[in-house]
Design a binder for this molecule. Structure first.
Ligand code: P1T
Length: 381
């Protein structure tokens, strides 16, 4: 029955049946490390919290349902989710990855796993480059962010998934920027969907977490084995906080988008702004694909301020409603300087090629009153 519900209802009810013992409408926080067994190996499905935990199970049921997937695993950060997926790649196999991904993802693939797996970074908006990479490298998986962080490039998930199937590569889509409210990659052919729960899904900047969703039992079993063996499982309390935060995901995403559209239009006309990048603007190079693939344009905007580092610094020191901080997707507005902050670990040459320059600023538009947001930006600019 729940499968047919609308997503606005699912975020509130999935994983949330009343407690059969007490009737408690909200899930309990099973803050326990272990579980009593009746006889060795005879238990109620829970042995040890690194392996399973009832509060985490509820979160995983909810998140799997939101992405239209059968299975979900949640971890202590987005990066630990990505780590587990990379750990599952057989040694010697290659990775194909979008060129514009979160700086931490680039760092993990280049500097942590670089000796074990060769990663080729390509522009995934170029389908010819994708097919060439798949054909030549025969990678184990293709890692896709769309929209990308921070340049907000949009790649065609459906077409890329067809190419991945042709060349027998797994398609992993990091859906952090859109959340399942605006984009559902499983429906477009992805094999694994990844989220930093730290962002929109939790939405309140008080949890670090990650999730991965999949339909294949084989992939789920492999990744659960690694999660249980390596140990970055999400904690019961943080699982509960995300279960609480996700209930408002649908209305939050709509509010983020409503404000972001107004901010993008405002910045586009501002004399101190050189260029605005927002998939909802008609001048975005992938606007029509964004319109087709996503049901909303999201709350992330990148823009070039007129000038250089001096002007960016001045702006970022002057903002008041926006806070200068890493991260995104919380109810409060945040501003970030990718070149010095979130993407500092991306090699300078690559940053230059992508356009991550000293006058690039990334905004995570919050859900405060739009007049306060716009006057803050106007004042700082
Ligand atoms: O921070 P963590 O929960 O470990 O998630 C990593 C991550 C994964 N994927 C994407 C698309 C991300 O943006 C992130 C984290 N990003 C930031 C902290 C940031 O400010 O961009």
């Amino acid at each position: 029955m729940k499968k047919n519900m609308h997503i606005e209802t699912k975020v509130i009810h999935l994983g949330g049946d009343a407690d059969p013992v007490t009737g408690s409408i909200m899930p309990a926080i099973h803050q326990t490390s272990t579980y009593v067994q009746k006889s060795p190996g005879k238990h109620q499905g829970y042995e040890y919290t690194r392996s399973h935990n009832p509060t985490r199970t509820r979160l995983e049921e909810c998140l799997a349902g939101l992405e239209n997937a059968k299975y979900c695993l949640t971890t202590a950060s987005g990066m630990s989710c990505i780590t587990l997926i990379i750990q599952s790649i057989p040694k010697g196999r290659k990775i194909l990855c979008g060129d514009d991904v979160y700086g931490g993802t680039n760092r993990l693939l280049s500097k942590v796993f670089g000796d074990h797996y060769e990663t080729n970074f390509i522009d995934t908006t170029d389908l010819k480059a994708v097919e060439k990479g798949l054909k030549e490298d025969r990678p184990y998986l293709l890692w896709l962010e769309t929209p990308t962080n921070p340049m907000l490039k949009i790649s065609d998930i459906k077409k890329i998934s067809k190419l991945c199937k042709k060349y027998k590569a797994l398609l992993v889509v990091d859906n952090t920027f859109m959340s399942p409210i605006f984009q559902r990659p499983m429906d477009l052919g992805a094999d694994i969907v990844v989220h930093s729960l730290t962002k929109y899904i939790n939405g309140h900047s008080d949890v670090v977490g990650g999730a991965m969703m999949m339909n294949s039992k084989k992939i789920y079993d492999e990744l659960w084995f690694l999660q249980n063996s390596i140990g970055p499982s999400q904690s019961p309390f943080d699982s509960w906080l995300v279960l609480r935060g996700v209930k408002t995901l649908a209305i939050r995403m709509k509010a983020h988008e409503e404000n972001a559209i107004k901010v993008a239009k405002f910045l586009s006309k501002h004399k101190s702004v050189e260029k605005v990048i927002y998939p909802g603007l008609k001048n975005h190079p992938h606007h029509s694909l964004a319109k087709k693939q996503m049901s909303g344009f999201g709350g992330m905007i990148s823009f070039y301020i007129k000038g250089g580092l001096k002007e960016s610094r001045k702006f970022l020191q002057k903002i008041k409603v926006f806070k200068l901080a890493e991260s995104l997707g919380g109810v409060e507005s945040l501003a970030n300087h990718p070149a010095i902050m979130t993407h500092a670990s991306v090699p300078l040459k690559m940053r230059k090629e992508l356009g991550i320059s000293d006058n690039l600023v990334r905004l995570s538009v919050g859900i405060e009153n739009i007049e306060d947001i716009l006057s803050d930006l106007d004042n700082a600019l």
